[in-house]
Design a protein around this ligand. Structure first.
Ligand code: FAQ
Length: 325
């Protein structure tokens, strides 16, 4: 899919090179941008890092929606800072992807023409202020569960970007949880809003980890290359195990009749998400897909003059330098 923008390597199928590369990964060495890497490794990283970067940028939209309606100055400042953090995460990740030979412009164009994705979660609307708590607690919570292990991923620039991102996401998760704690100490209406937010965000949060292991196309190879450190189901289970007691502490009920602690397994048993809904959202049919893409397209089109001006400035500067030589 990304063949046109990925540097081809004459030696890419050389079995000796491949074996040496795998041995480096197995020894826990970091792969750096100028190191030789198999074409599939580069492509997989571009796909995953690009999707992650787009998710951070699109992920600003459901929360940005509430900045002007935050109930207090303190909450407004917190939310503003969180949304700015997400923009920063997008930028680190685009930079990490650029080290693989793909420009940020190319990644954005691939998002806009449907060749790349962003996380399914951001295709759901944020309807009430309690949703800002649920997004922080559950969405950032799921993101951390996925991303903490990625600090040990084999590609150096991705692993290093993940360190700061995880620190900030942890703060966001606590901020969301704190918001819900405060609302759960409030009126009956506020408590109902919190329960409704959990009811709407629980399954979409579980879907963030991707399809079940039997349907995950990329997991096996990505784990062999240490681009992914855990399977989708492992992380989903870990998320459920950690989040259910947090819901209980809040006084909320996880919307799953099949949720039960299984002593023998040492884990909660839980009902899987509706995977037909997941694939439907991936195909562009979620409640907010069209709105999110329209917002990204507008931002890209509105920013065209800035990109053109910077390019013209750069070209003029280069021409002046050349003339002076
Ligand atoms: N949404 O074979 P697998 C955040 C696709 S950041 C959309 O299992 P893989 C911060 C997958 O791409 C959240 N598509 O794939 C924040 C593949 O399709 P393709 C984002 C999904 O890559 C918080 C196909 O399904 N985090 O939230 C999803 O091995 C609050 C088959 O799946 C990351 O991106 C999905 N949920 O595993 C911001 C973390 N799941 O590409 C604002 C890094 C799967 O072949 C507010 N990414 N697909 O056409 C990953 O760890 C992986 O890419 C997975 C998927 C785990 C998401």
């Amino acid at each position: 899919m990304y063949a046109q923008m990925i540097k081809s390597e004459a030696t890419q199928d050389d079995p000796e090179k491949l074996a040496a590369f795998q041995a480096r990964i197995d020894r826990g060495e970091k792969i750096e941008p100028k190191d030789w890497m198999p074409e599939g490794y580069r492509k997989t990283l571009i796909r995953q890092i690009g999707q992650h970067a787009h998710s951070e940028i699109v992920g600003q939209l459901p929360e940005g929606n509430w900045i002007t309606r935050a109930p207090s100055l303190e909450r407004k400042v917190n939310l503003l800072a969180k949304v700015q953090d997400e923009a920063g995460h997008g930028l680190y990740l685009y930079c990490a992807a650029e080290t693989l030979g793909v420009s940020r412009d190319a990644l954005t164009e691939m998002l806009l023409d449907g060749r790349m994705k962003y996380s399914s979660i951001f295709n759901y609307p944020t309807l009430t202020w309690a949703d800002m708590g649920a997004v922080g607690w559950l969405v950032d919570g799921a993101a951390i569960m996925n991303q903490v292990p990625l600090q040990r991923t084999s590609y150096g620039p991705y692993a290093r970007a993940m360190v700061r991102i995880c620190k900030e996401e942890s703060f966001h998760q606590r901020q969301g949880y704190h918001l819900l704690l405060k609302m759960m100490a409030g009126t009956d209406d506020q408590k109902r809003m919190c329960q409704d937010a959990l009811n709407r965000f629980w399954y979409p949060a579980l879907m963030m980890f991707g399809p079940s292991d039997k349907d995950s196309v990329h997991s096996a190879q990505s784990m062999a290359w240490k681009i992914k450190m855990n399977t989708n189901d492992e992380l989903r289970q870990k998320f459920v195990d950690e989040t259910v007691p947090q819901a209980e502490y809040l006084g909320l009920t996880v919307p799953d009749d099949g949720l039960v602690w299984n002593d023998a397994r040492g884990h909660y048993d839980f009902t899987q998400p509706d995977w037909s809904e997941f694939y439907n959202v991936l195909q562009g049919n979620g409640p907010c897909n069209a709105e999110r893409m329209a917002a990204r397209r507008k931002a890209w089109d509105d920013g065209a003059w800035v990109r053109d001006a910077m390019l013209a400035h750069g070209q003029k500067k280069a021409a002046r330098r050349k003339a002076a030589e």
